[in-house]
Design a protein. Structure first.
Length: 360
């Protein structure tokens, strides 16, 4: 049995943590504040302005989370497998999504003493209704993975590179620049980054330059932070301090690839953190399913964590990072409990004539 590639378990854990931190920035701060409030929130003190820059940097650093998660998926699923095995995995994932959607909505409805049958139907059809946009895209990638893997295996290294080049042109876009607005869609972009992860697995890029990809990721995010923050604070390109966001298919595409390549070049760690990452790997998707549920999202950011109340405190960044770590730990613990309880349910006994039927 090949050794487990624990560096990717660690990267999977990190990417989900980035997703939670990104939601704190965009759901907890950016989407809560109106332009006028955003200026007041950050601009009334020097500490607030420093926190504005740090929040911008955190948002850009964490914007790579979804991309990296799909690249990891591509890295492992680029090895051909049967559609039946993938279908079974998809069904189990769908059941988990439905479980959390219905359970969380039911608890919220009981607390509010209200019930909406249409909302319940939405939770029962999570892929079609896109209650979680990321899971809808992830399910599509999962079901396509056997066919994408078979195609990738048939390509030479050069042909694979040309395919990625074509997909780069078709998917790249920033504001009104690029062909993403002509050809692009989220699913096509996810296929692209899935194949990037697969390319790293099949063709294993090598060279001294890989050691610098981590620095390229950090420096690019710092540079973008400087451009966005300084242009607003010093040159007043906007009348208020606004956290600048970027689509996943623009600069974060480059930083995502850099971070993924850097981790792929590392030796597999054997530290306690890596061991914990391996143990928690089966529960990572539950973090997204729980904390990003529409009922939990408002409660989490608006009533429990309330990041906008700490924007003028020197410890704001530590508070934000710590709060996101607690969110992850709680979600993982909940899913561990769910699986522990479900393991206590005895499996259904096979039909007494099952063997006979199978022999006919």
């Amino acid at each position: 049995m090949p050794a487990r590639e624990s560096r990717f378990d660690l990267l999977r854990l990190l990417s989900m943590y980035m997703i939670v931190c990104g939601h704190l920035v965009y759901h907890g701060i950016r989407q809560v504040l109106t332009p006028e409030l955003e200026y007041q929130a950050f601009g009334e003190s020097a500490t607030g302005q420093v926190n504005f820059v740090l929040t911008q940097l955190l948002g850009l650093l964490c914007n790579v989370g979804p991309n990296v998660f799909i690249m990891i998926t591509g890295y492992f699923l680029i090895v051909p497998r049967t559609f039946r095995s993938v279908w079974n995995k998809g069904v189990r994932l769908w059941l988990t999504i439905v479980f959390y959607g219905v359970a969380i909505y039911s608890v919220a409805a009981l607390c509010r003493h209200t019930f909406d049958s249409r909302e319940l139907l939405t939770q029962l059809t999570p892929i079609y209704s896109t209650t979680y946009w990321f899971m809808t895209m992830y399910m599509g990638i999962l079901l396509l993975s056997p066919f994408l893997a078979k195609m990738a295996q048939s390509l030479s290294r050069r042909e694979y590179q040309m395919l990625l080049g074509v997909l780069l042109v078709m998917n790249f876009g920033h504001e009104q620049m690029g062909y993403a607005f002509v050809y692009g869609s989220r699913q096509l972009f996810f296929i692209f980054i899935f194949l990037i992860g697969g390319y790293v697995r099949l063709h294993q890029p090598s060279g001294r330059w890989l050691a610098w990809t981590g620095a390229a990721y950090l420096l690019t995010c710092v540079a973008l932070t400087g451009i966005f923050a300084v242009s607003q604070m010093m040159f007043h390109t906007t009348p208020y301090l606004h956290i600048k966001g970027l689509a996943n298919n623009s600069a974060p595409l480059f930083t995502s690839v850099c971070l993924f390549l850097w981790f792929s070049s590392l030796p597999n760690p054997t530290s306690r953190v890596a061991h914990w990452a391996v143990r928690t790997s089966p529960y990572i998707l539950s973090v997204y399913l729980i904390h990003e549920h529409s009922e939990v999202r408002a409660l989490l950011w608006d009533r429990l964590i309330r990041p906008t109340e700490y924007l003028h405190d020197w410890y704001f960044l530590f508070y934000a990072l710590g709060a996101c770590a607690v969110v992850m730990a709680v979600c993982i613990a909940v899913d561990m409990l769910r699986k522990r309880v479900s393991s206590l349910i005895p499996p259904r006994a096979p039909h007494p004539n099952a063997d006979a039927v199978g022999q006919r």
